[in-house]
Design a protein around this ligand. Sequence first.
Ligand code: ADP
Ligand code: ZN
Ligand code: ZN
Length: 816
Amino acid sequence: MLESPLHIQVILPLALRGAFTYRVPEEIAPDVEVGKRVVVPFGKRRYYSVLVYKMGVDVPKGTRPKDISYVMDDIPVVTDLQFTFWEWISDYYISGLGPVMNTALPNALKLSSRTSVSLHPEFDSYEEFSDDERMIIAQLSTHEQMEVSQLEALASKRSIQRAISSLLKKGVVITSEEMKPQAKPRMIERIELSAEFRDEERLNETIESLSNAPKQFELLMRFLEITGGDIKAAVNRTLLLQRSSASPAILRSLLDKGVFSSLEILAHGEESTGDQEVVLNADQRDALVDLKAQFEEKICALLYGVTGSGKTMVYAELIKEMLAQGKQVLYLVPEIALTTQLVERMKKLVGEEVHVYHSRFTDRERLTTWMRLLDSGGEEIVIGARSALFLPFHNLGLIIVDEEHETSFKQHESAPHYHARDAAIWLANKVGAKVLIGSATPAVESMFSARRNKFGLAELKRRYADVQMPSIHIVDMTKSKRADVMDASFSGELVEGIKAALTQKQQVILFQNRRGYAPYLMCESCGWSAECVNCDVNLTFHKHFEKMLCHYCGYSYKLPKHCPQCQSAKMKVKGFGTEKIESQLENIFPEARIARMDLDTTRKKNAFQNLITAFEEGSIDILVGTQMVTKGLDFENVGLVGVLNADGLWNRPDFRAFERAFQLLTQVSGRAGRKGRRGRVMIQTYRVNHPVLEYVVNHSYEAMYQHQIAERQQFLYPPYARIIQFKLMHQDAKFNREAAQFFAGLLRERFERRVLGPEEPPIPRIRGRYIRQIYLKLEQGVSLGKTRQAIWECIDILEGHESYRKVKLQVDVDPV
Ligand code: ADP
Ligand code: ZN
Ligand code: ZN
């Protein structure tokens, strides 16, 4: 009997909405399975590896599907559960399946003709390879890096991607992304005194003998200074070189002499000891009992615990119980930066091997974790950024969303604009798992769900070991200025505060919302100011590079000596960023050891980890930083936290600005005095009477919550309404305006007065594209299914429109 040929639907890794139909040639039909990748031709002479999504589908009328070329995988790399999850994301966040797959799959599973590959630097051949594989290895040994399409041109296109994929799995070949400098922080090199130099006499002899080698002498003295006399201590190599201003050659000579020896340790924790017994205190025990009781009925519970109350300990206890039941645990953190400290803590507390999954890890490492989970059944803990939600779990028991109020759980950069906390709840519901969300400053929506009994709720009202909450002091900058006690950006009070902390051998964290040196460059003669050519924003002056830089598109140019408009030389920088704060501090406290933590200083491999370690070891006195210093870090000896300019935090035209300002100020304050003595916080502002400050000073989340919830109810904002945001973007301002009007019209036909806009956003142009935004505000009770359908109708009309289809449309459901 003649069977009709098999047709399948595949998902392409492109910004396309639907699935595409292909025909399966008979000879490879037995190998085709849902969840495997196959290579297909697409467009002109392009080949992609795509995912088999559905089998045995009908051929859409009037089309003649092309043949798939080759099957790449021996086993499916995506599970049914994952597909179902993707479908939900695509549906809820109004995004095509292509973008969802792109977000969900690790790069190494997304080979296309344009991917660049090269040989792994440590590759030495011993395995048996196929002809294709050998050809690729030979090519890559002579070319440093090649595009897949170049390799395809050298052999049969159909099989080359399969061979590359196999070499990727074997670790012989890596994708170009892995060659970027900011790869995963891996090994840290530490320097210690060699054992035979660890006695005083021997050490003194050495010091004397170095009197004719001043640089080596200085290096050794610095080492002793950092270790504070602990002769067994080891010091981070980078830090030692930084502190001593010694060259690597000088360090080498001391290593060669045997005075120092060096040891490499894994950046996140030496070994998994698991020996640290978790003993919860009474509050924590109560919270744990509460949570477990509530999980009997509810999928999600909120652990609302003040900063330093030990939420991590409660998580750890729950994690242990889950692992003991053979379940998998996913622990989501908002900031990649946080994982290193956390992984170390978790290894000690839980003792299991901890998988880490986020963008600082290389493609190959992420692929390894993916493949491991694919055929594992349980007892695993994965710590990761929001994308870890897309891993192939089989037996998920618990998802923890730590610092759940953080906006980095939302994908901002590209579609789908999903929120990891909300998606986690869907996923847990699907597989019968639980979600524990935790924060000292829960999102207003989360607390609302808890108060309405949708989520469970447990509280930790006190800090661990009864450490007091920090005392918070508001510094009036208007007065401070008048009295002329300002030293640069610092009030007299803050300077005194820092002095006092340093005298008591305590550390200081200073928070400034802006990186760079100064956010404005202005001509004093004609008022000209430096603006980006692509975006409607001022350029920030970065002293270190002597450059003006745009923080939105990266555009930069050299600091002009003369005004481009009037040729005057009276150019002045205004305002202050972290870089300027740092240099002012160096003048005020020449003795102090100062470091800066922001995007600019943490780009390099290991840089972030080095800063954290150095601060933990006490070899930094004052740490200046942006948002990065506010988040969840746990340091023992911070006596003072200073906020240089609070005003910038609430001056935003956004209904969440008030909540965000409260969260940020409370979180950064929470870094003070976490162990032992009560910490102090000083907040500088020109508006001492701003209501948010009162709530922060009194540690009153509750009052902030009531204030906000009343406002949201009155003006119909979440949680009392649902918001869907549309952004239209195009290079031509007028055209974009018209397209936005057109699209708003389509929406109005279907949603009437619920449509707001189009309006100009606070930054009307970014990366050369003008932006218009439209809001859809849906009161409670509106059917979401129907809403989405109507929105898709509007999108279809726009995308089918002769000219307006050229604008880029971005849909954001529940924007944050
Ligand atoms: P949070 O996440 O709530 O801000 P952490 O979990 O970081 O608080 O805990 C704050 C500090 O208190 C940490 O240094 C932690 O080691 C310590 N701590 C909290 N609970 C305990 C406990 N039960 N036993 C020992 N140390 C604890
Ligand atoms: Zn001028
Ligand atoms: Zn720009």
